[in-house]
Design a protein around this ligand. Sequence first.
Ligand code: PAF
Length: 286
Amino acid sequence: MKIIKTIDEMQNLAKVLKREGKSIGFVPTMGYLHEGHLSLIRAARAKTDVVVVSIYVNPTQFSPNEDLDAYPRDFETDRILCENEGTDIIFCPRDGDMYHDGYSTYVEVENLTKHLCGASRPEHFRGVTTIVTKLFNIVMPDIAVFGQKDGQQALVIKRMVDDLNLPVEIIVSPTVRESDGLAMSSRNKYLTPEQRKNSPLLYKALKLAEKLVLKDGVRSSAEIIDKMLNLFHNIPGMKIDYISIVDTNSVQPVSEINSEVMIALAVFVGAARLIDNIILKPDKEV
Ligand code: PAF
């Protein structure tokens, strides 16, 4: 496994691989890898000749009041995990190289970024789409794999790739969960044992919504959100940021569920802000 730290080396190697006719699979990450990331690496491995994993905590997707400095980092463990999964290249650029002095160019997807996480993290998606575009230009992947756990991010990136005609296929891999349903996330590290105990409530709320839609035939978003909110009533230390039901094309809230939707929620639990979601088609039986 090669570890590449400079943009030039990565870009030159990508060009050589392309000339040799090798397909490149790409998994962008911010490191502190867990089983969810490893499932993305496996998905890339299954489809391409060369797998590149980037490890870069991207400053532009954090607001000044967020956890950029505290974001967990453990390069040595990440390196071993990547190697065990048959990763060919880790690309881990430095801040100063990715955003040099005078950096002024950003990529912004409109509308899809206004609701859900975009409402409470207004600069977040601009940072994500900018860094992902830069990484695509450096790694030149044929496919790139993202997790469904960051459901809005996946929809935004798909739209960006489509709108800008970027020559990369986006694959979205299912959310990997702990045995009690909590979606795996690097930020779960922030949870105290007590907070960790309550955290599966996010998935429980999503499963309740799934049952209401698919088994009970409920179509009213307000009714579903109300029942989900009730689950969090009187649970100490949990503060809802949002629970929302959005159309998967427009990422705009819907009042009635008549087509494919994403049911998504974000909850502050101590120092962590946990997110989770499911995609539902109203006519699909459970
Ligand atoms: O999902 C993430 O970890 C990040 O948002 C990404 C896609 C690596 C961009 O920094």
